[in-house]
Ligand binder design. Structure first.
Ligand code: SAM
Length: 339
C-alpha cells in the first residue's frame, strides 16, 4: 500500500482528504517559484479555495469538473472534497505535475474519482474530445491566469453562442476569477460606470453573477490587484441568433468611444462618405436614441443595432470589410476582416 493510501486509512471522516503535504510545503518542496509570464499567483488558504468551489453551486457525484490552471492544486483539493465523478486538470506549467500526480493518486485510489491531468494550454484545449457528450453536468472552474482570462472568456462566450465545445450541454457553468475590475465589468448593469463591451457580450449569452472579492494579499506572490470570483451561467434561451463575431464587432465599435454619444462609435463601422447618413438611418430603424452614451445602452438596444447592421451588410456586403483603422488611401476596405 502506498503512503497516501496509508495516510487515508488513518483519516476518519469520509469527505476529508488524507493528510497530504500542505500547498505551501509543496511549493517549497518542488521549488515552485511563481513565473510572472504565466500569471502565477497561488491560493494557499483552504477556506478560500473551498469558497471558490462553493460558488460553483451544487456539484453532484455525477458531475464533471474541469479546472483551468490548477498550479500546485489548492482548488483541486477543494473540488476533490466535493466528490464529482471526474476531474480534468489543464495546466501549462509542467513543474506542477508531481504535486498534481499526488492528488490524482489520492482522488482515484481513495475517493474513487477519475482525475485526468493535461499538461498544455487551455486556449488550445479541445473540451469536445475530452469530455464526451454524455448526460453529465460540466463545471468549468479556475483561478485564471490574468494574462489569458479575458481571451478565454471571450472564446468560451463564442462557444456558448454556437453551443459547441463544453457548451453543447445546456447546463455547463463557469466559476472563474478575474482581476477585480474585469469581474465588475463582466457583471456591470445598465448605466454602471464599468459597463463596457465585455458586459454586453457576456450578458447577451450568459447570466454573470459577481460572487465575492478576494484581496490581493491572499495570494502568493501578491498580485497588484484584488480578484473577483464570477459565476457565469449560459442562458437557456439565447437573446439573439446573430453570429457572435458580428455582435462583438458592433459592440466593440460602439464602446470604442466610451465618453461620446453611442452613434459616434457605431458610425466607425462605415466609410467616411456614407458614415453620417447610414448611422442616422440605422439608429432610426433600430429605434435607439443616438444620443445615449454607450454605458446607457441596454443589451436589447445593442442587439437591435447589431440586427440592423447585419441586414445592412446583407444589402451592401462590401461594407462588412470596411476597417476604420485601415489605411485611408485604400478606400478604407481591409483585406482581412473577421466579419
Ligand atoms: N489554481 C492555482 C491556485 O489557485 O493557487 C494557481 C492559479 S495561478 C493564478 C494560474 C495557473 O494557471 C498557474 O498554475 C499557471 O501555470 C496556469 N496557466 C497559465 N497559463 C495557462 C494556460 N494558457 N493554460 C493552462 N494553464 C495556464
Amino acid at each position: 500500500m502506498n503512503n497516501v493510501a496509508q495516510m487515508a486509512l488513518s483519516n476518519k471522516g469520509g469527505l476529508r482528504l488524507p493528510p497530504l503535504p500542505t500547498i505551501r510545503d509543496l511549493v517549497k518542496l518542488y521549488k515552485l517559484r511563481a513565473i510572472k509570464q504565466l500569471s502565477q499567483n497561488f491560493l494557499m488558504d483552504e477556506r478560500l479555495t473551498d469558497k471558490i468551489v462553493k460558488a460553483a453551486g451544487r456539484i453532484s457525484n455525477n458531475d464533471i469538473c474541469l479546472e483551468v490552471g490548477p498550479g500546485p492544486g489548492g482548488i483541486t483539493r477543494s473540488i476533490i472534497r466535493k466528490q464529482p465523478s471526474k476531474i480534468i486538470l489543464v495546466e501549462k506549467d509542467q513543474r506542477f505535475l508531481p504535486s498534481l500526480e499526488l492528488l490524482k493518486e489520492c482522488a482515484e485510489e481513495i475517493m474513487n474519482i477519475k482525475l485526468d491531468i493535461h499538461q498544455g494550454d487551455i486556449l488550445k484545449y479541445n473540451i469536445e474530445t475530452d469530455v464526451p457528450d454524455e448526460e453529465k453536468r460540466l463545471h468549468l472552474i479556475g483561478n485564471l491566469p490574468f494574462s489569458i482570462s479575458t481571451r478565454l472568456l471571450i472564446n468560451w462566450l463564442e462557444d456558448v453562442s454556437e453551443r459547441r465545445g463544453g457548451f453543447r450541454r445546456l447546463d455547463t457553468h463557469m466559476t472563474l476569477t478575474f482581476q477585480k475590475e474585469v469581474a465588475e465589468r463582466i457583471c456591470a448593469p445598465l448605466g454602471h460606470e464599468q459597463r463596457c463591451r465585455l458586459s454586453i457580450i457576456s450578458q447577451i449569452w450568459t447570466q454573470p453573477i459577481l460572487k465575492f472579492f478576494i484581496p490581493g494579499k491572499a495570494f502568493v506572490p501578491k498580485p497588484k490587484v484584488d480578484v473577483g470570483v464570477v459565476r457565469i451561467i449560459p442562458l437557456r434561451e439565447p437573446r439573439t441568433d446573430l453570429p457572435f463575431k458580428l455582435v462583438e464587432k458592433v459592440t466593440r465599435h460602439i464602446f470604442s468611444m466610451r465618453q461620446k454619444y453611442c452613434r459616434r462609435g457605431f458610425s466607425t463601422l462605415f466609410p467616411e462618405d456614407i458614415r453620417e447618413e447610414t448611422t442616422k438611418n440605422l439608429f432610426e430603424l433600430a429605434d435607439v436614441d443616438p444620443l445615449l452614451r454607450p454605458f446607457q445602452l441596454s443589451v436589447e438596444e445593442v442587439l437591435r443595432l447589431s440586427q440592423v447592421y447585419s441586414e445592412h451588410i446583407k444589402s451592401y456586403p462590401e461594407l462588412s470589410l470596411y476597417d476604420y483603422r485601415g489605411p485611408k488611401n485604400m478606400s478604407s476596405i481591409a483585406e482581412n476582416n473577421d466579419i
